[in-house]
Design a protein around this ligand. Structure first.
Ligand code: TPP
Length: 323
């Protein structure tokens, strides 16, 4: 694990707690889906918690993020309310988007989360637009943009990075390279080894980090955020990580082996952080258990809230929906 001695115990435990909350939210989401309680599909980021938490920990609360279709973790890490998220997930009137958006369309503008999107790569130009806005308004905010490896092969990625670079916008591009775009492995989709190498084409720093090491992600993004905040323009940070679950619920997982999944599970970002903090004397096993229990309880309460919430009324179902 990368050492960040300037982090306080409180900050470190907050990182662990957020990672635990994301894991608990998504394991519950998986169960609820299996019980037939969810409309549509969903994309889980189990195994990728360190990228969301490490990157967002480098931000100020008033900074912005844009998210992806795999966005539960980003929302929780940015301070989203799991009760409203769970209600949205179950299509309830009390959800973030009054149940109209579901898993893939959660936005929480108050916490600076400009939203998840079902359009792959859609958050990239949105982030650049938001960065242009904060630059013109001189607010000193930074925009952090999450996207997957698949999105990095879309035209909009190149156009957006170019614009951000020539205008020196305060945006940090965080590629969550979880090794596959649906069933397409990165080795077959890219002629280069690291997606971060593409930063050179736009004269911005490009860094590769172990995306399962929350402190390494944090350190890389702190540096990028600092540059952005001081008018030095955008950066690209590639976090190498892995999703434990299938792409979405319709995935038969014929493109990868059980051995590969098992090998990545050994690099569980949560277990790694716990082990590191215990070894450093920052955490006891009892505290680790308490943090895990609290996260679980938070999610149980969120489910109770969502399940007891009303469904949207049929006659109002088009309210707030734009297509
Ligand atoms: C514009 C667009 N093209 C295609 C799709 C279908 N689609 C949904 S997810 C996905 C793969 C995305 O891969 P990646 O960007 O690596 O993100 P990951 O799913 O790995 O998190 C595709 C092609 C879509 N939703 N939007």
């Amino acid at each position: 694990m990368e050492k960040r001695i300037e982090l306080t115990k409180e900050q470190l435990l907050d990182m662990l707690s957020k990672m635990r909350t994301i894991r608990a939210f998504e394991e519950k989401a998986d169960q609820l889906f299996a019980l037939g309680k969810v409309h549509g599909t969903m994309h889980l980021s189990i195994g990728m918690e360190a990228t969301a938490v490490g990157a967002i920990a480098a931000l100020r609360p008033d900074d912005y993020i844009t998210s992806t279709h795999r966005g539960h973790g980003h929302c929780i890490a940015k301070g989203g309310d799991v009760k409203l998220m769970m209600a949205e997930f179950l299509g309830k009137e009390t959800g973030y988007c009054r149940g109209r958006g579901g898993s893939m369309h959660i936005a929480d503008v108050e916490s600076g989360n400009l939203g998840a999107t079902g359009v792959v790569g859609g958050g990239i130009p949105t982030a650049v637009g938001a960065a242009l806005s904060v630059a013109l308004r001189k607010t000193g905010q930074v925009v952090l943009c999450f996207f997957g490896d698949g999105a990095a092969n879309m035209g909009i990625f190149h156009e957006s990075l170019n614009l951000a670079a020539i205008w020196k916008l305060p945006v940090v591009f965080v590629c969550e390279n979880n090794q596959y775009a649906m069933s397409m492995p990165v080795a077959r989709a890219f002629p280069i080894e690291n997606i971060a190498e593409r930063a050179a084409a736009y004269a911005m720093p490009g860094k590769v980090v172990d995306g399962n090491d929350v402190l390494a992600v944090y350190a890389a993004v702190v540096e990028a955020v600092d540059r952005a905040r001081h008018g030095q323009g955008p950066s690209l940070v590639e976090c190498k990580t892995y999703r434990w679950k299938g792409h979405s619920k319709s995935d038969q997982e014929r493109y990868r082996t059980r051995e590969e999944v098992a090998a990545w599970k050994k690099r569980d970002p949560i277990a790694r952080l716990e082990a590191y903090l215990i070894e450093q004397g920052v955490l006891t096993t009892e505290e680790a258990q308490r943090i895990a229990n609290e996260a679980q309880q938070l999610i149980e309460d969120a489910v109770a809230f969502a399940e007891s919430s009303p469904e949207p009324r049929v006659e109002e179902i088009h309210e707030g929906v734009y297509a």
